[in-house]
Design a protein around this ligand. Structure first.
Ligand code: MF3
Ligand code: CO
Length: 249
């Protein structure tokens, strides 16, 4: 499938979706505290999504049961909210959420600290988020997709972190997943030419240890094979003639 180009008015609609999604994330962020369960985060998100008149992009997607993915510590992505998982001091929790408004999707993830982190955990979050912004910086018309991928890879591997290979970012628009795939590894100057009107969900998934992951028997939860901590930051980003436009902030 070709990479779909969005008009300025479509990008404006995607921005409306992204701004709503940001509000959902803010509601979840306020619910992240020592002693909260991941289901508490889910409830905060459901309430905000309803209040905004948005629709969840995740719930029902391949039968996924929740509006959030809440992935704690060694969980990489797609952790399912539940009332048994209690957030403890020093944990990290990756919160991924997507919404649909007026037919347009937005997708965004943040890894939050719970209480006081170890210096190592703090560094993982800091570098993973920085790698997302380094990648967004490369979302320039005239560049190549590989420039984006490489920016994440170089920044994270320099710190000895494992760049997850088994999951990638994606184009996004009237569907959650469009072409192209957006890997977090690759060569600069390679891959499709970036053009104004492309909208990409850029989402580094970075492990403190090895890049290897493994999906649990629930069919969703991806965990690090070596038990190391993992972080995930994601923005929905439009490429415009004036540079990258982050739609989810
Ligand atoms: N945010 C994820 C992605 O980028 C989708 C989550 S899968 C779902 O692909 F089932 F939870 F929707
Ligand atoms: Co995504």
């Amino acid at each position: 499938m070709a990479i779909l180009i969005k008009s300025a008015s479509e990008i404006e609609k995607m921005r409306v979706s992204g701004i709503a999604l940001r509000k959902v994330h803010e509601a979840v962020r306020s619910a992240v505290k020592v002693g909260a369960t991941t289901m508490d985060l889910e409830r905060a998100a459901v309430a905000k999504i309803d209040e905004l008149g948005a629709k969840s992009a995740f719930k029902g997607y391949h039968n996924y049961p929740a509006v959030l993915c809440t992935s704690v510590n060694n969980q990489v992505i797609h952790g399912i909210p539940n009332d048994k998982t209690i957030l403890r001091d020093g944990d990290v929790v990756s919160v991924d959420c997507g919404v649909i408004i007026n037919g347009f999707y937005s997708d965004c993830a943040v890894t939050y600290p719970v209480g006081k982190l170890s210096p190592a955990a703090e560094k993982l979050l800091r570098v993973t988020e920085a790698s997302l912004y380094a990648a967004i910086d490369k979302a320039q018309a005239g560049g190549r997709l590989g420039d984006i991928s490489n920016a994440v890879q170089v920044m994270c591997e320099r710190e000895g972190f494992g760049v997850v290979r088994d999951f990638v970012g994606h184009g996004i628009g009237k569907s959650m997943h469009e072409d192209p795939q957006v890997p977090n590894f690759g060569d600069p100057g390679k891959g499709p030419r970036l053009k104004p009107g492309m909208v990409l969900a850029i989402e580094p998934m970075i492990n403190a240890g090895s890049a290897d992951v493994h999906v649990l028997a629930d069919g969703w939860t991806a965990i690090t094979r070596d038990g190391s901590l993992s972080a995930h930051f994601e923005h929905t980003v439009a490429i415009t003639k004036d540079g990258p436009l982050i739609l989810t902030q």
